[in-house]
Structure formats: C-alpha cells, structure tokens
Design a binder for this molecule. Structure first.
Ligand SMILES: C[S@@+](CC[C@H](N)C(=O)[O-])C[C@H]1O[C@@H](n2cnc3c(N)ncnc32)[C@H](O)[C@@H]1O
Length: 375
C-alpha cells in the first residue's frame, strides 16, 4: 500500500474547492469512484487480498444457502421460472457452491434463471471463470435491471459496503459528520457547522438520550426498500447476511481493512475496504413498513446449524484425508463459532419475504434443509 493514493489527491482537491464532504460521500468515493474506487479496480478477497468471507472459508456455506433457496422455491409452489439473484457475488464462489447443491433437484435446476448484480469489472471476470459451465446467467449493475418474476435474493457482506451517514451529537443538536483538511493538509473528521434540523425526531429513544460526542450512523433505506418491494410484488424471499447490531444504537463503526488488518479509514482512500456495521433493526423497520414479512435476524451460527452444517461437515470429513478433515473442522468452527475470528455470532442473518411465507428454514428449530444435501 502506498502512503499517498491517487484518490487522496483528488479528494483533497475537491475538499479545497468545495469544502468538507459528508462521510457518506467520502465512503462512496472510496468504494466506487469510477477510476480509483476500491470496488472498481481489484479483487480484494482471499488470503493474498484484504479479507476473507464465509463462502471463501468453506463450500458448506454456499451449498446450504442453495438449499435454503430450494426451500423457498418449494414454499411458493415450485414455479417453472425461478430467479436466483446475488448482490455483490465476489468471486462467484457462493453461487457455484449453491448451484452444485441444487443439482440434486432437477425440476428446480431447470427452472433457474441466475442474476449477478456486480459493479466490479475485475470480479465480474472472476465470476465468469468460476461459473463458466452455468447456463441462464446474466450480469447487472443494479437489481432494478433484473427481470420480474419469483425468486430468491442472496446478499452476503453486501449491505456493509453501502455508504453510511454519520451524525455527531453536539450541545446544539446532531451535526452531519464530515471529512475535511486540517492545517497540515491531512484528511481529518469534522462536523457540519449547523445541526441537521429536527434530526432527533427520527432517532430511536435510546439514541436520542446519547451523550454529547456520540456518533449515530444510518444508511439510506433505498436498497432494503427495493428488496422488500420485489419480494412482496414478485413473490419469494431475500436473505441478508452481514456483521452488525440487532438494535439501532449510537457508535462509530466506520472502519477500513487492508491485508487482513484494521487501518485508518482516512489513510490511503481507495486502497482499503471501508465498511460500517449493518443496523439490522433499521432494515427490519424499513422492510416491515413496505409490507414484507421479516424472519430473524438470528446469529449466523444458529442459522447454519439449523440448516444442517454440522451434518454436512461430518459427511465431507468422512471422505477426506486427515489434513483436509482438519480444515473442514476449522472452517466449521469459524462459520458457526463465536470469539476471535468466529463469524457465528458477529454475523446475523435476516430474511424478508412475501407476507404469506410464514416460516422459513433456518429461523426456527424445525425442518433442517440437510435432507437434500449433495453427495
Ligand atoms: C465484501 S464483498 C462480498 C463478496 C461476496 N458476497 C462474498 O461473500 O464473498 C462485496 C461485493 O459487493 C460488490 N459491490 C460493492 N458495491 C457494490 C454496488 N454498489 N453494487 C453492486 N455490487 C457492489 C463488490 O464488488 C463485491 O463483489
């Protein structure tokens, strides 16, 4: 990583000419600037990259999500065309694993029309290579481009990269947090001089009472509203998996990760993944307001166990060498366990669905999806 990224000089010029920029705009530019944005210029995944995600930890993750999609297909009456949509599909690993699992259900496999929503040209190429033997596959820049029809939407570690607004509480009220330049020309956090009028009326009571200096983060509801409208009108469900909190609360979670370590989000913009935790309560509220049914959120560990991940691990280990078996056991721990490096409790799973879908696999202790597991 260089000390001075090309985007940094562009941001400095912009702030010098137009003044401090809101954190959401800074985050948006870091991630999706057309030339230097983090998600337009690289594959950030894997050991040599910046971070590892659940599908890259083990094939079991994508397989179980595929079987979860199958359970939704059955629940909505096994339609003859079923759209399997993934938002931010990374290297295509999760989709490849899901599709392999779905081969055990030929009527569903025949019905599938697959849609990848991806803005990253480097990752699109990887997805093309990973899914080269898949038919009925289309790419889109936006979910609105996906044709209508019943289906399932999968979004793993997608919402955390959508830009957030940060508000800082002062004696005078809640001020939009900004990125500006200090007297040495260094990027630093600041705040808009005037408070946002009546912002506190939008806040949950717990946050309204936060002390001066507290930070509150919020994401525009546009994306969750699109998903809620789609599942309600077109039939089906969406599954959102991400790190975040169950209740809306004050706290600064804006962070940057490069080479598997946290770094300063204002250093080397465009060279590190900048994200913020997902406020699941806000997603629930927005989805319910639009008439979608909400399932969960539940911890990822509970969700995967209910779908039968432990049985799947035993099945895979039975055919594996001792070394591979140890890897599978380590992956299982990472996906369902808590503690340092564990994703099981830090990551939450939320589904939203057409309102008549009363229960979905993985959200209550019933009906494990393991019956149809692949060989
Ligand atoms: C953190 S990665 C997660 C990748 C994958 N879901 C996984 O779990 O391995 C975020 C993904 O979202 C994509 N992405 C980022 N911003 C996006 C946007 N605005 N629209 C569509 N995809 C986006 C990235 O290119 C990448 O594929």
């Amino acid at each position: 990583m260089t000390d001075f990224s090309p985007l940094q000089s562009e941001l400095k010029k912009l702030i010098t000419s137009s003044g401090p920029m809101p954190v959401w705009r800074y985050m948006e530019m870091c991630l999706t600037h057309p030339e230097h944005g983090y998600y337009v210029s690289r594959d950030p995944l894997g050991r040599e990259g910046d971070f590892t995600t659940a599908p890259e930890v083990s094939q079991m993750f994508g397989e179980l999500l595929g079987l979860w999609a199958a359970s939704v297909w059955k629940a909505i009456g096994s339609p003859s065309v079923f759209r399997l949509i993934e938002l931010g599909p990374g290297r295509g690993t999760m989709m490849a694993d899901a599709l392999r699992a779905l081969r055990v259900l030929p009527p569903l496999y025949q019905a599938l029309s697959i849609h990848l929503v991806e803005i990253n040209p480097v990752l699109r190429e990887k997805q093309k290579a990973t899914l080269s033997n898949v038919r009925n596959l289309a790419w889109h820049k936006h979910i609105d481009e996906v044709p209508n029809g019943p289906g399932v939407i999968l979004a793993n570690e997608y919402f955390d990269v959508l830009p957030i607004h940060q508000m800082v509480k002062r004696e005078t009220g809640w001020h939009e947090r900004t990125v500006e330049l200090d007297s040495h020309g260094k990027l630093v956090f600041g705040a808009a001089p005037e408070p946002t009028p009546r912002f506190e009326v939008l806040l949950p009571p717990l946050v309204r009472a936060a002390p001066v200096g507290a930070v509150f983060e919020w994401r525009p509801d546009a994306e969750i509203m699109r998903l809620a409208t789609r599942v309600r009108e077109q039939n089906g469900a969406a599954l959102i998996i991400d790190y975040g909190h169950l209740r809306s609360d004050a706290g600064d979670t804006f962070q940057a990760i490069a080479h598997h370590h946290f770094t300063d989000p204002l250093q080397n913009p465009g060279e590190a993944d900048v994200t913020a935790h997902v406020d699941f309560q806000a997603l629930v509220r927005a989805a319910e307001d639009l008439g979608a049914r909400v399932h969960g959120p539940v911890p990822q560990g509970d969700f995967l166990k209910r779908l039968g991940i432990e049985t799947r691990a035993v099945g895979l280990m039975a055919k594996a060498t001792p070394e591979v078996s140890e890897d599978i056991s380590g992956a299982l721990k990472r996906l369902v366990g808590g503690g340092r490096g564990g994703m099981g409790s830090m990551f939450k799973v939320l589904a939203i669905s057409e309102p008549h879908l009363i229960s979905l696999a993985g959200f209550a202790d019933e009906e494990p999806a393991e019956k149809d597991q692949p060989e």
